[in-house]
Design a protein around this ligand. Structure first.
Ligand SMILES: Nc1nc2c(c(=O)[nH]1)N[C@H]1C(S)=C(S)[C@@H](COP(=O)(O)O)O[C@H]1N2
Ligand SMILES: [Mo]
Length: 252
C-alpha cells in the first residue's frame, strides 16, 4: 500500500472511531502506530490520545500562521515568572557569556553550546503568535536557531522519539516529539522584535514551539536530552505540565 493511502486509512480509522464506543478502537490503532502521548494514562487519557493521534496524522507538516511586521503586538505583554535565582543573576551580570545549552541523550556527539556559538549557527526569524492557555496572547518576531539544526549538529540517533528541554527554573521542563522537534518553525530563540530576547520573555534562550500553547515555550533553557522514552523523566508523564493537570500535547 502506498504511504499516502496507508496514512489516509489510519487517519480515517482513528478519527472515524472517535465516538464513545469507538474510543477503545481508536486507542488500539493509535498504539499500533506509536501515536500514544506519554500522559495517556490519566482521567483524560482517551481524549488526549485522540487529540494527539489525529493532529499527528493530519497536521504533521503544517506550519503555524506567520504574520506581517505591522501585526506585531505593541507593547507585548510578558507573563510573570517566579523570582530568578542566584545562578541566573550571576550569569546575567556576566552578560550571559557563561550561559550554556547542553545537549545529550540519544545523540552521536553530546555537546554544550555557548550563546555565541548558537548565534553563529544559521538562524531563522518568524512572526508568530504565542498563546497562553489562560486566554491572552501576542504576536512577536522571534529569532533563533532551528532546533533541527542543533539536532543535526549533534547527530540524533535513528530511534530518538522525543526531545526533553529544561529551564534554569527547575520546575519548568517539557518535551516534544520528533515531528515538532524537527519542524522548521521550532526554534531555540535568542532574539525578539529585532533585539536580544528580553529576560521577561525568556532570555537569553527560550524554546519557541509555535504549534503548541504558551506553556510548552519554556524560558531560560539550559539543556536538551534526546530520548526514545519519557518514562524515566519526572513522574513519567512526559513533562511537568501533566503533573499539574495540563496536557502534555498542547497543539493549536
Ligand atoms: N521558565 C519558564 N518558562 C515559562 C513559564 C515560566 O513561568 N517559567 N511560563 C510559561 C507559560 S504558562 C506561558 S503562557 C508562557 C508565557 O510566555 P510570555 O511571557 O512570553 O507571554 O511561557 C511559558 N514558559
Ligand atoms: Mo500559560
Amino acid at each position: 500500500m502506498s504511504k499516502i493511502s496507508r496514512r489516509k486509512l489510519i487517519t480515517t480509522g482513528v478519527v472515524a472511531t472517535a465516538g464513545a464506543s469507538g474510543l477503545a478502537v481508536a486507542a488500539s490503532l493509535a498504539r499500533r502506530y506509536g501515536l500514544i502521548p506519554p500522559d495517556s494514562g490519566g482521567l483524560y487519557g482517551p481524549g488526549e490520545t485522540l487529540t494527539y493521534a489525529a493532529q499527528r496524522l493530519l497536521t504533521r507538516h503544517s506550519l503555524a500562521r506567520e504574520f506581517n511586521r505591522n501585526q506585531i503586538s505593541k507593547p507585548p505583554f510578558a507573563n510573570e515568572v517566579a523570582p530568578l535565582g542566584e545562578a541566573f543573576k550571576r550569569l546575567q551580570e556576566g552578560a550571559f557569556a557563561g550561559w550554556r545549552l547542553a545537549v545529550d541523550g540519544m545523540v552521536a556527539r553530546p555537546a554544550s553550546f555557548s550563546l555565541e556559538e548558537l548565534k553563529g549557527f544559521p538562524g531563522r526569524s518568524q512572526i508568530t503568535h504565542l498563546a497562553c492557555e489562560e486566554g491572552w496572547s501576542y504576536i512577536a518576531e522571534w529569532m533563533g536557531v532551528p532546533l533541527s539544526h542543533i539536532l543535526n549538529a549533534v547527530g540524533t540517533l535513528p530511534h530518538a522519539r522525543y526531545v526533553v528541554y529544561r529551564s534554569i527554573q527547575s520546575d519548568w521542563w517539557e518535551s516534544i516529539d520528533m515531528a515538532d522537534a524537527l519542524h522548521p518553525q521550532t526554534l531555540v530563540a535568542h532574539g525578539m522584535n529585532g533585539s536580544e530576547l528580553p529576560v521577561a520573555f525568556g532570555g537569553p534562550l527560550r524554546l519557541r514551539v509555535p504549534r503548541q500553547l504558551g506553556y510548552k515555550n519554556v524560558k531560560y533553557i539550559t539543556s536538551l536530552t534526546v530520548t526514545d522514552s519519557l518514562t524515566r523523566f519526572g513522574k513519567g508523564l512526559g513533562s511537568a505540565s501533566p503533573e499539574s493537570g495540563y496536557a502534555w500535547y498542547a497543539g493549536i
